[in-house]
Design a protein around this ligand. Structure first.
Ligand code: FEO
Length: 384
């Protein structure tokens, strides 16, 4: 750790459901940093769950000094939930944020007078003495008010949510990508274009270290790998050649058909086949796998003249996250009037550059030997 940039964030090992929707078996962390120079800047606050601990970390790192600035890069409460407490503790510090962030700050903290504030925008700089903070607009990663901050003297980018991951700060020391990927596609996935724009801006800077608001500080090979993966992810490119077979099965018969289809795909030479149970597996993990691979087969039961809800939720989330540039096959099950295929296709057809291959396979209640040729044909079309 750079002696002039101290980590003052907090692990939250008890966090079980981040944003009330993403399971976090390894907890979460809310990063915050202190930059010490002639002037002292605090980079973001933390979730209100950890306000007391953060203020203690801050006070200890200050060692009797007083902060001059609090830089608010992102107003989502996991980073701004302690602003009021900061203001009470340090009434003379100036809160620095984008104009939009200052508006949202008021919305979250109705009636609070935050005192001295400074609105900054792309290109603005703030001198701390020997060090300068350069502010870079990063709207829609993944909120509109976001700025990131570059310190040229330290060759350091404070990246807000970008390059974040689930887990406490030191979770998965040897595997940043797994939980960073699940975080990226579920939280930032829709915003590939803004992320690409930020990566272009970052490519003009000499960055030796990235300080994100979640997860570990990135440098060296880990930083190079993170930039490589973000370039693929933000362009909706293919990270791993393979087929995700996702099923939503009421009584297990659609699941059996999905597993048989996976076997067929493997026998036909698919490089990698992953089977996911949309009723039981972590949906965020399945979303991540869909973006990671280049092919997808959706297998679902019919339900209420539509599709079994777990599949509807999966496809709706893919649409919400801007899933695109992929090959997709469909297998439906129906006992009297199969409707799942039509319902799934209706959502898939709304996606950008998604090639829905033929045939759609229809099984009646349970898979029979007579269904195998159609499944073979579907596998051939998916792998073509
Ligand atoms: Fe980590 Fe968008 O908050």
């Amino acid at each position: 750790m750079n002696a002039n940039i101290k980590y003052i964030g907090c692990d939250d090992a008890e966090m079980d459901l981040f944003e009330s929707q993403y399971v976090t078996p390894e907890g979460m962390c809310y990063n915050s940093y202190l930059i010490q120079d002639e002037k002292i800047a605090v980079m973001d606050s933390v979730d209100p769950r950890k306000t007391g601990e953060w203020l203690q970390n801050l006070s200890a790192a200050l060692d009797g000094r007083t902060p001059d600035y609090l830089i608010v890069q992102h107003m989502e409460p996991d980073h701004s939930g302690s602003l009021k407490a900061f203001r009470q503790a340090y009434p003379n510090a100036t809160i620095v944020a984008s104009e939009k962030a200052l508006t949202i700050m008021g919305q979250f903290n109705g009636g609070t007078d935050f005192g001295s504030t400074m609105a900054v925008k792309e290109g603005d700089t703030l001198s701390l003495g020997a060090r300068t903070l350069q502010f870079i607009g990063a709207p829609m990663i993944h909120w509109p008010e976001v700025i990131v901050t570059y310190c040229p003297e330290e060759k350091t980018l404070f990246s807000a949510d970008a390059f974040g991951k689930f887990g406490v700060k030191d979770a998965d020391p040897d595997d940043w990508a797994c939980e960073a990927r699940r975080y990226y596609f579920n939280i930032c996935g829709k915003y590939g274009v803004p992320v690409t724009t930020l990566l272009k801006k970052a490519s003009t800077l000499d960055i030796q270290t990235i300080y994100p608001l979640h997860g570990p500080i990135l440098r060296g090979e880990q930083l190079t790998e993170a930039l490589r993966l973000y370039t693929i992810w933000s362009s909706y490119g293919v990270e791993t050649e393979g087929v995700l077979v996702a099923h939503a099965s009421i009584h297990g018969n659609t699941k059996k058909a999905a597993e048989k289809l996976a076997e067929i795909l493997q026998a036909k030479g698919a490089k990698k086949v992953v089977v996911a149970d949309l009723c039981r597996d972590d949906m965020a993990e399945v979303i991540e796998d869909a973006f990671r691979m280049d092919k997808l087969v959706v297998c679902a039961s019919s339900y209420d003249a539509d599709v079994f809800p777990p599949m509807h939720m999966f496809l709706w989330k893919l649409k919400m996250k801007a899933y695109q540039n992929r090959t997709v096959g469909i297998l439906e099950n129906g006992s009297w009037a199969p409707s799942a295929g039509k319902a799934m296709r209706a959502i898939l057809e709304q996606l950008k550059n998604v090639n829905i291959v033929e045939p759609t396979v229809t099984i009646r209640s349970s898979m029979k030997l007579a269904d195998i040729p159609a499944m073979e044909a579907l596998a051939d079309a998916v792998l073509a």
